[in-house]
Design a protein around this ligand. Structure first.
Ligand SMILES: [Zn+2]
Length: 162
């Protein structure tokens, strides 16, 4: 029973931080085939690939994907290990589509830096909209599930209530 992130490395709390991020992942399960499928979550330790390719746990693959950075997209490629599988026959995370969770094996220092920069910055954007419950005016953003809306009260409405 292996779960992702249990690689024995300690002291990297942020490697467990996962973001919901969609990007295409190119990977080669074997020399003769190359696949491209969307990934749907990403951490410094690994990612989840949406696939129906019959991977087995502990299989290794070569993968590459790119993450958007300020100047230009950064391409990341490395060897990865299938940490867990999530297919019709062994559904472990029903909220996820069929696929596999993979663990990065040989991420370069540069790639890891880019990845952690991206994940850190991405988390900053994970904000929910706050609108005034009385008049519906926009009150800005607050930490929370990205894209969700919560309610507050604007200054004008509060003054009218007083
Ligand atoms: Zn208001």
């Amino acid at each position: 029973m292996l779960t992702s992130g249990q690689s024995g490395k300690t002291g990297r709390r942020s490697s467990m931080e996962r973001i919901i991020f969609e990007t295409a992942v190119q990977y080669e399960p074997s020399r003769e085939s190359q696949h491209s499928d969307p990934c749907c979550d990403l951490s410094e330790g690994g990612l989840y690939i949406r696939t129906n390719y019959p991977f087995d746990t502990d299989e290794t693959l070569t993968l590459s994907f790119s993450i958007p950075q300020q100047e230009q997209d950064v391409s990341i490629s490395c060897q990865a290990r299938v940490a867990w599988t999530n297919f019709e026959t062994n559904r472990r995370k029903t909220v996820y589509p069929s696929g596999v969770g993979v663990q990065f094996l040989d991420l370069s220092c540069e790639d890891l830096t880019e990845l952690s920069k991206f994940i850190g910055a991405y988390d900053e954007n994970k904000k929910m909209n706050i609108v005034c419950a009385w008049c519906g005016s926009n009150l800005g953003l607050r930490n929370g599930p990205f894209g969700k809306t919560s309610h507050g009260i604007c200054r004008q409405c509060r003054e009218q209530l007083n």
